[in-house]
Ligand binder design. Structure first.
Ligand code: COA
Length: 249
């Protein structure tokens, strides 16, 4: 267990709060494992109606801990980041995300697998995989070109350009952009609490229908991306870029 993830249960809502402010909520192996287990428990618990994932009103997450990527890189599709994303993809309950400040790497990728996403207008989202010698992950190479068209998705995935919360909402990556981080967190909580009053069976069946169309294709793409990502982590390109982040500090 780690206090870098704060779990809070209030009636039918489970909140997973990323709480590693000194490292911009960068995700360690222990954090992924705790989030994966929490999502699995929420999925199995009939009394949980929805899950809320949030950082603080200042920062969502700087993505995977770069030290971990160098020291204990995920080596197969059972490694902690894969375990976490699998639990997110398999979660039958609605998952709501509240995003303010930076949402980098997996911090952006995970959003396309949540159901409702509330961002602050000035949130800073970015998928700098190529910049780190890596490649897209968890279906983003499939989902983003579909949402944005190839040419715009290429700007985000090939060039690793950042974008704002306002753009994320305009492009359909987020549900709504709000004035600031506090407002994004408040709106996400208010929406998550609404699931207490909605019929849980109808909610689950609807989510299942919305996700079932592409399930098989998504599974294949995620496996392909995952295998390449694991390989790329060992590449000289990635080792140089990741070490550069550590040594520049
Ligand atoms: N892994 C490990 N540590 C990280 C981290 C990460 N992904 N992101 C930030 N940190 C650490 C920094 O090393 C720094 O630690 P230190 O104070 O001990 O030196 C601390 O968090 C604060 O980061 P800093 O860069 O000073 O904050 P900032 O507000 O100027 O910038 C970010 C925030 C998120 C834009 C910037 O930290 C960043 O780009 N991080 C890397 C993101 C990334 O590439 N993630 C991996 C994607 S696959």
């Amino acid at each position: 267990m780690t206090d870098a993830i704060v779990l809070q249960r209030e009636r039918g809502l489970l909140t997973l709060q990323l709480n590693r402010p000194d490292k911009k909520n960068a995700l360690t192996r222990a954090m992924y494992t705790q989030m994966a287990e929490a999502l699995e428990q929420a999925d199995a618990d009939v009394d949980i109606r929805a899950v809320l994932i949030q950082g603080s009103s200042e920062c969502f997450t700087a993505g995977n801990d770069i030290g971990d990527f160098l020291e204990q890189p995920p080596s197969d599709l059972d490694s902690p980041p894969f375990h976490f994303m699998k639990s997110l993809l398999n979660c039958r309950k609605p998952v709501i995300a509240a995003v303010a400040g930076a949402a980098v790497g997996i911090g952006t990728t995970l959003l396309v697998h949540c159901d409702l996403v509330y961002v602050s207008r000035d949130a800073r989202l970015r998928m700098p995989f190529v910049n780190l010698g890596l490649c897209p992950e968890f279906g983003s190479s499939l989902i983003l070109p579909r949402l944005l068209g190839h040419a715009k998705a290429a700007e985000l995935l090939l060039l690793g350009e950042g974008f704002t919360g306002e753009q994320a909402a305009a492009w359909g990556i987020a549900t709504e952009a709000l004035g600031n981080g506090e407002a994004a967190l408040a709106k996400a909580r208010e929406v998550a609490e609404r699931f207490e009053t909605l019929a849980p069976g109808a909610v689950q069946v609807t989510k299942q229908l919305m996700k079932s169309v592409d399930r098989e294709q998504l599974r294949r793409v995620i496996e392909e991306e995952g295998a390449l990502f694991v390989q790329r982590l060992k590449s000289p390109e990635a080792i140089a870029a990741l070490s550069g982040f550590i040594t520049r500090r």
